[in-house]
Design a binder for this molecule. Structure first.
Ligand code: BTN
Length: 258
């Protein structure tokens, strides 16, 4: 905790930090604190052991005890609902930049995966609810930090990676957390100006051939980038498809696009 306070340069984010040795989900913790009237804007919940982390699309998020970094931030953004998607993009940019400060070159995969060489180092889950004062957002981030390959369950080993695996040495998780919060607040204070360009510059598959798997079916085409609402845009040849919920992969060598 001292390390956090020492390197934190924010005005609001992380000025209130709630630490739990273990918990089910830091996102859920923040919602519960909010319901009790015990949460403030910018509050962070962080844990050493998240037992039932929530991932995108109702999936579970695995987090190795005392090795990963699961945390959530409470935001009450002065943003219209149609720009809300930009918040997750900004968090993605903040994570990439914080990792870069430690010498890790990572990239973003739409909508919010943090990748190193196509392996997943982290993910972001933004949840929002309306309130009398506007929208409330809980921005949850899960990062693999000090795990070795054997710390991941069998099914994740082919696709997971951690900071330790990339750097060959462990990294204090508090330091990474403070760097992310510092950078994220900078982006928020700029009112998310330029966040789309920053996201594009860090995207792993901008301009590449992608496949988008969604409940409505498969979209194949060239990934054009994200729009002002933070949605993805894919040029499928005959039209520009705007994509939201779903999963993207890009293995151009296997795709045949007319
Ligand atoms: C994804 O599916 O890629 C997003 C994973 C987000 C996981 C984080 S860990 C901290 C926060 N608390 C949760 O329950 N989920 C998010």
């Amino acid at each position: 905790m001292n390390l956090i306070q020492g390197t934190l340069q924010t005005r609001q984010l992380g000025r209130e930090i709630t630490y739990y040795p273990f918990t089910d989900s830091t996102n859920e913790d923040l919602w519960q604190l909010l319901d009790k009237g015990a949460a403030v804007t910018g509050q962070v919940v962080v844990t050493d052991n998240q037992r039932s982390g929530r991932g995108r699309k109702g999936r579970r998020w695995f987090c190795a005890p005392n090795l990963g970094l699961p945390f959530s931030v409470l935001l009450c953004p002065d943003l219209s609902i149609d720009r809300l998607g930009l918040l997750s993009l900004a968090m993605g940019v903040a994570v990439i930049d914080a990792l870069a400060a430690d010498g890790i070159e990572s990239r973003l995969k739409w909508p919010n995966d943090i990748l190193v060489d196509r392996r997943k180092l982290g993910g972001i889950l933004a949840e929002s609810r309306p309130s009398d004062e506007g929208l409330v957002v809980v921005m949850g981030v899960g990062l693999n930090v000090n795990e070795q390959l054997e710390d991941f369950p069998d099914q994740l080993r082919p696709t997971a990676v951690s900071v330790h695996m990339v750097l060959g040495k462990p990294l204090p998780r508090e330091l990474l957390l403070t760097r992310i919060l510092n950078r994220f607040e900078q982006l928020l204070e700029s009112n998310l100006a330029g966040v789309i360009a920053l996201w594009h510059a860090r995207c792993a598959h901008l301009g590449q051939l992608v496949r988008w798997h969604s409940p409505e079916g498969l979209v194949e085409g060239r990934f054009l980038g994200v729009n002002e609402a933070g949605e993805g845009e894919i040029d499928s040849g005959d039209q520009i498809r705007v994509v939201t919920a779903g999963d993207l992969d890009w293995k151009p060598e296997r795709f045949i696009i007319a």
